[in-house]
Design a protein around this ligand. Structure first.
Ligand code: CA
Length: 529
């Protein structure tokens, strides 16, 4: 039973200048509904969809978040349902003449004293999990690696209780690709940086086929793997150059399939021994590297979950942590808000460079940023990408933007970073893993069971109805904000504290409990052959 059915009719406007608002009640509201303001619905309006607060003339701008999300294609009477077929989408903001580093927010007070229990790595980064990751140079070896990983989990992992998991970094790259194309640098550096993610403890082992284009030394050239410590170099009696641990399936030494499996297991055990010897230690919250993204968005995303994440983003930045926001097509329409928040003109220019590159990439495929929205977004009340973007960008909070990370690159500084990635959930997540994310926050309105094997994913529901139905998949219910039961600040703080618990391993996310793991999906803008 839905206890909320008898709630008074409620609509939510985001800004005093908005001429539309969204219907908050579960199941929507029927024609004839009268709101406390006196507004009467002329027709049924589904939950999350927009109602006209005033009469709108043909061609009139429709405002939500105090931003023009479209122009009325015909006159729309007050109290009508304002759906996407009634709106003409504005054109995208040009990339010249943007405000550059114009907003100088007052320095926020540092947030001190918050810590978590993490694994300190040789390179100074901190893991929230202690995982053995097996890197692969090419998809061809995926079946063999998976076979070995299943046996490692069954036969070896029980002997090393401090190690959380063994993960094969499976992907579809490595051969049959134009590996010298300029854009091939994106998938190659993505794979390289994923294998160096803080949750893998600096232990890198590679399974290679032998004949593939992406040879191990091209994937991980000498010097890319930080020296674990003097002891390990001494152990193998080698220099940093030949430290790369590779099992090559085409090696003459392998006779039979089991020889390959034994070889992978033998090498894996060396890494497991070292990982198992590690202990969690108390580290400041500034060691968090949080990736935020949304997926399966609805009109509540920008009202409840994303503003709460944005509040939490500001808390994290005040605590000295790194927060990455991404999803280029979902911030493209708010580019002026972002360039104005850049700490320096160089940061703003880097952002513009990434946007321009992506505009050209979409143009090559004869689409634009409007190709982003899904049928589910529209069913959830989001009329177009402009409206979706305004709700998505809120995840970045209000802090200054201090850096830009190109796709597949590693984040090398603290603060709020624009990490340029497609909005695709699994590609965005994969690129954020490569950027060094050790904790992931994901908001959803329609609902998605998204999870990663490499990094814990905290999922935030935008609506109480979703949180109720998906009670064992959603970690936080931001729908309480629309219900009037919690403030944005309340949920933001709750999320912040949950992050420290999850990062410390004191609490597992639902995706971890059920072992819901999406594939790593590379962004490969270069040709395949
Ligand atoms: Ca997404």
């Amino acid at each position: 039973m839905d206890q909320r059915a008898d709630r008074p009719p409620l609509y939510i406007a985001m800004h005093e200048r908005d001429n539309v608002a969204i219907v908050a009640n579960d199941g929507g509201l029927p024609a004839g509904t009268v709101f406390p303001s006196g507004l009467e619905l002329r027709e049924k309006v589904p939950q999350g969809h927009k109602v006209a607060l005033v009469d709108l003339a043909e061609g009139a701008p429709v405002l939500r978040y105090n931003v023009v999300i479209g122009y009325a294609l015909k006159p729309i009477a007050r109290g009508s349902w304002v759906h996407e077929r009634l709106l003409q989408m504005p054109t995208a903001r040009e990339l010249d003449g943007l405000p550059i580093a114009t907003v100088k927010p007052p320095a926020a007070a540092p947030l001190e004293g918050f810590t978590f229990e993490g694994y300190r790595n040789p390179d100074g980064s901190v893991g929230t999990r202690n995982i053995l990751a097996i890197t692969q140079t090419v998809q061809c070896v995926a079946g063999v690696t998976d076979f070995a990983v299943q046996r490692i989990k069954k036969e070896l992992l029980p002997k090393y209780p401090n190690v959380d998991d063994v993960v094969a970094l499976e992907h579809t790259y490595g051969c049959g690709v134009a590996i010298d194309a300029p854009d091939a640098i994106v998938p190659i550096r993505t794979l390289r940086n994923i294998s160096l993610n803080p949750n893998f403890g600096g232990e890198v082992m590679v399974v290679s086929l032998g004949c593939e284009k992406l040879q191990p030394e091209r994937l991980l050239p000498p010097g890319t793997i930080p020296l674990v410590d003097e002891r390990n170099v001494a152990d193998i009696g080698a220099s940093a150059e030949n430290k790369l641990d590779v099992v090559c399936l085409q090696d003459d030494a392998h006779v039979g399939f089991m020889s390959m499996i034994d070889s992978v297991m033998r090498q894996a055990e060396e890494h497991l021994e070292r990982l198992n010897a590690r202990q969690r230690e108390t580290v400041p919250a500034s060691e968090l590297v949080v990736g935020v993204q949304c997926g399966g968005s609805d009109a509540f995303s920008g009202v409840t979950a994303n503003p709460a994440v944005g509040f939490c983003t500001d808390l994290l930045v005040r605590a000295g942590a790194t927060v990455m926001f991404s999803e280029v097509t979902e911030v493209r329409d708010g580019i002026d808000q972002l360039t104005s928040r850049a700490t320096t003109p160089e940061v703003a220019q880097a952002m513009i460079r990434e946007m321009a590159w992506y505009d050209a990439y979409l143009d090559k495929g004869r689409v634009d940023r409007s190709a982003n929205t899904t049928p589910g977004n529209k069913k959830g009340g989001l009329s177009n990408i402009v409206e979706k973007a305004m709700g998505s960008i809120i995840k970045s909070g209000s802090s200054p933007i201090s850096g830009v990370v190109p796709p597949g690159e590693k984040a090398r500084q603290k603060g709020l970073l624009y990490t340029a990635t497609p909005a695709s959930d699994f590609i965005c997540g994969t690129l954020q893993v490569a950027a060094g994310m050790n904790l992931h926050v994901f908001t959803t309105g329609r609902g998605t069971p998204y999870g990663l094997a490499e990094v814990p994913v905290i999922k935030v529901a935008t609506r109480s109805d979703l949180a109720r139905r998906w009670h064992d998949l959603m970690d936080v219910n931001a729908g309480r904000i629309a219900d009037g039961e919690a403030s944005i600040e309340d949920v933001g703080w709750e999320l912040f504290r949950l992050m420290l618990d999850v990062a410390s391993g004191r609490q597992k996310t639902w995706a971890e409990q059920w072992k819901l793991h999406n594939a790593l999906v590379l962004f490969n803008p270069a040709p395949v052959t």
